[in-house]
Design a protein around this ligand. Structure first.
Ligand code: G1P
Length: 295
């Protein structure tokens, strides 16, 4: 048994406008765009559920209510499907235990740090997880655990605060939060510094924060007074940086695959990769892709 408080809550910041995907996201939240046949948000929620996280806290905004509908019971749909003898198990991942989907609204888009701070009353005095649904993290080919499972495993050992990291080519670091790495042991690396969207020349490494976090509730107190940072936004990275030295802070290198579904090409890549490995369509998609590449 670990002596560290269990992680029971996950925060999903989903208030973003999704302007990069317009016009697709004019009336549909970006998080509901499907990768094959599951909306993006479903993958993040499943990843949290895999490790037994119970409460899903969505930080939403105007026009995002369909995300909550997705995890509700659709009575007419289910009734009609039942009458027609259709298989309802396809809806299983969308079922939430009553009371386990909670939403708070971020009224003004002031940044990721501000979005997380909006969940402070629900998070309360417990360590919690954060999953950015844009970052689609998938278990390694041929099996393995999800990213949040690997992080919780590490957390049980070291406690404190953790971020998931991965290496990107140096010239790409300016789009991300970057860690200054200390000592490493297996997949765990000590974090000695954190900087949000540094200039390439100033980046302390090429290890970027890839959208999964386990944080102590104290970060909410830091966010309370956190000023604006990179891009004029209240940055989670800046608040986390202040926790270094006060509490343990580690990075976990995910043994698995990551797709950047915040970009259109990343989204296409994810769709293709996941379709190719599906038992029900993989062979057909492969033949299709080969034909398209030939023509
Ligand atoms: C956010 C975080 C950044 C992190 C990134 C991962 O940036 O602020 O630290 O590396 O997500 O996708 P955003 O993509 O919202 O600009």
């Amino acid at each position: 048994m670990s002596s560290h408080k269990p992680i029971r809550k996950a925060v999903f910041p989903v208030a973003g406008l999704g302007t990069r995907f317009l016009p697709a996201t004019k009336a549909i939240p970006k998080e509901l765009l499907p990768v094959v046949d599951r909306p993006l948000i479903q993958y993040a929620v499943d990843e949290a559920r895999e490790v037994g996280i119970e409460q899903m806290i969505f930080v939403t905004g105007r026009g995002k209510t369909a995300i909550v509908e997705h995890f509700d019971i659709a009575y007419e749909l289910e009734d009609t499907m039942r009458e027609r003898g259709k298989d309802l198990s396809v809806l299983d991942p969308t079922r939430a235990t009553p009371g386990d989907i909670i939403t708070v609204r971020q009224q003004v888009p002031l940044g990721l740090g501000h979005a997380i701070w909006c969940a402070r009353a629900i998070v309360g005095d417990e360590p919690f997880a954060i999953l950015l649904p844009d970052e689609l993290m998938v278990a390694a080919k041929g099996g393995g655990t999800g990213c949040m499972t690997q992080m919780v495993d590490a957390y049980r050992e070291v406690g404190g605060n953790l971020v998931s990291v991965l290496e990107v080519p140096h010239e790409e670091v300016s789009s991300y939060g970057v860690i200054a790495p200390g000592a490493s042991r297996g997949a765990l690396t000590e974090v000695t510094g954190l900087v949000e969207k540094p200039a390439v020349a100033d980046a302390p490494s090429n290890k970027i924060v890839s959208g999964r976090y386990i944080l102590q509730p104290d970060v909410m107190r830091v966010l309370e007074t956190q000023g604006k940072g990179a891009g004029g936004e209240i940055q989670l990275t800046d608040a986390m940086a202040q926790m270094i030295g006060r509490q343990p802070f580690h990075a976990v290198t995910f043994a698995g695959r990551r797709f950047d579904c915040g970009s259109k090409t990343g989204f296409v890549e994810a769709t293709l990769a996941l379709a190719l490995e599906r038992a029900d369509m993989g062979a057909e998609v492969r033949a299709m892709a080969e034909r398209l590449l030939r023509d």
